[in-house]
Each structure stands twice: as structure tokens, then as C-alpha cells.
Design a protein around this ligand. Sequence first.
Ligand SMILES: [Fe+2]
Ligand SMILES: [Fe+2]
Length: 389
Amino acid sequence: MSDPARFLNAFAQALAAMALYRDGHPARERAVDVAYQQIHDLQSDTSHPLFTFLGDEVVFGQQPLRELKAWDWGKRLAQAGIQRLEFEAHVSRDDFEGFLEEVLARLTLSAISTEARQMRRSSIRFGAVGLKGESEIAPESLQTATITFSLGEEVDTLGWLQREVQTTGAVPLAEAEAVVRSLAVAMHSGRQVMLPLLQLKEFDQYTTTHSMNVAVLSMAFAEFLGLSATDVRTFGIAGLLHDIGKVKIPLDVLTKPGRLTDEERAMMNEHPVAGARMLLEGEADLDLAVVVAYEHHIMINGGGYPVLHYARDCHHASKLVHVCDVYDALRTRRPYREAWSFDKTLGYLQERSGLEFDSALCDAFVRMMRQWEPQVAIVSDPAAQARPA
Ligand SMILES: [Fe+2]
Ligand SMILES: [Fe+2]
């Protein structure tokens, strides 16, 4: 077998091992090591290896790799939007593993979104059911191995997930995890930390984009506080699902531009309890998300809702998500007010520190945002490019 083919096999084995084993597992480390060694060997002949995946065909440089005819990863990569891999002259082991993680996140999410889309289509009795496939791959629009995160798939998947919860009452955990994994990778894409805050114009998408933003902010914040990668993702899931109870609120109440009546307000304030109940009834693995859904509107001074029968301290995760939740809500334009500026929002958080928010967490959040402000990008819609906040 030629070197490029040997590398691609090791590359695929590493992806498979990473999908199976957690960070630090020996089988995973070994598979990454082997693939890394292979790219290293390949680079002794070709300093900038370039692979192109075109449906069934895998091309190395200009040359089709015929020995990989039965290798189905090329197709999977192309379908996930990765049609081209190009390596720099010196790839470090860390960069290489980070790159593998990006590819894996892309593959996982793309498989799920395709499935979700097909499921949606299956209720329609006419029209073609197609996979995202070769027809979309025009040679002139080849993408590079630098994966760009437009977050369109993530928004789609989360929107689908919310409709699923609404109709079936169960939370599809695998999809929630895939979105969070992909957001975690997006957060680390590029050299700088980027918070892909989304602001969609369509108001009914508010809860979807708000949930993604709160997930990303919560993960960034948890990481800033030094939590482990696993905890960071658990916080991400809790952030992603904190408002899931809102699927029970009629859309006209949820999107009402004016003041809510007492009855509507009561309906709105039900969402933490409704959300916690939904998460509790579903998969067993969502303990932290249940607590956060229930507690994220409870203030440190006992205000907010739901009103606890006995005053007690909320979970650390709830306090953390609470700050991120309010930050994102204020930074977003709503039908009844404009989006607040960065400084005004941080000023508000500080004013309410010790009353609504845990003061230590509030201070840390403000520090984090000030530190990252130059790197924070707001994506005005999934298709648009990032621009500075
Ligand atoms: Fe909420
Ligand atoms: Fe919220």
C-alpha cells in the first residue's frame, strides 16, 4: 500500500477510535499516534500533502488513489462538507488531534442532521428524498480542511430537537450532545477563542439561537473557571436545554411584543418547572440539566421564580447559567426593546451582583468577557460572516 493510502486508513481508524473512546483512553491515544506517525512519514516525501474527496474517488495531489476504491470514508467526509484536506509542512501532535476532533464533530453532526431532515421529509408523500451528496460538490467550490463554522447545521438540529420535544415529549440526547460537541469545537476554532453569538432576525427562532448562545457562553465560562472538558460539555448541555420548557408556551404568548397579562406572565413563568419535568421524564443522564432548567430564574436573594418553599442555595451550575442567560437576553434585540451594548450589559450584571447573581461568579463572568471582548464575534445570521461585536 502506498503511503497516502496508509495514512488515510490510519486517519479513518483514529476517527473511529475517537468516536468510541474518551480523551486520554489508551486505544484512542494509540490510534492518534499511528495516524500522526503516518502523516509524518508521508511528509518526508510530500511536504504539503493534499487530499481531495470526490464521491467515490479519493485524489492525492493530482493522482487518484485507486487502491481506496472500497474506502467509504471519502464519501462520508465529502458529505460532511470536507472535500479537501491539506496539511502544512509541520503539523504538531496537538494540532493534529485538534484537527481530528473538528473532523469528527463535523461528521457526527452532519450524519444526524441528514437523518433529521429525512425524518422531516418522510411525512411528505411526494418529492425526492435525497442525501446531501455529490451533486452539490462542484469542483470550483471545493472547501479546505480549515472547517468554517457557519453553525447552520447546529441551528437546524436544535430547531428540530425542540420540535421533537414538543411533539414526542422526549429529549433526543444524542443530538443535544452532538450540537454541544460541535459548539465546543467551534469555540476553539482558529487561534482565538470565538464566541459565535447568534442573532437571528426571525423572532420565533429566538429560543433556538438564545439556547445555543447560552450553551456556548456556559461552556466558555466553565472553561474559564478551570472545569474539566467533560464538565464543560455537561454545562453546555444544561445551557442548551435550560429553556426547553418554553416549547409548552403558545407561540403568540412567547413572541408577544407588548406587556404580558397576568395570565400570560404566569404561563411564561411555568417554563422552568415544565422544562425540569420534561427532562426528568426523558433520559436518565440529564440530572444537571434538570436542576438548571428548574433553577435558572431563581435569584441569589430568593427572588425570581419558581418560588422555593424553603429558602436554599441553588446549584453552582444554575448560578453560572443564570448569568450567561441574562447576558445573552440583554445583548439580543427583542420586539419590545433594542439590544443592549456590551458595556451597558456588563454594568447591569455588576449592579445586580449579590442581589440577583452570585457575586463571585458575576465578577468572574465580567472579567472573562472583558478579557475576551476583542475576540468575541457576533454572527448576525448563520450564513453571514463573523464580525467584531
Ligand atoms: Fe428561562
Ligand atoms: Fe433563557
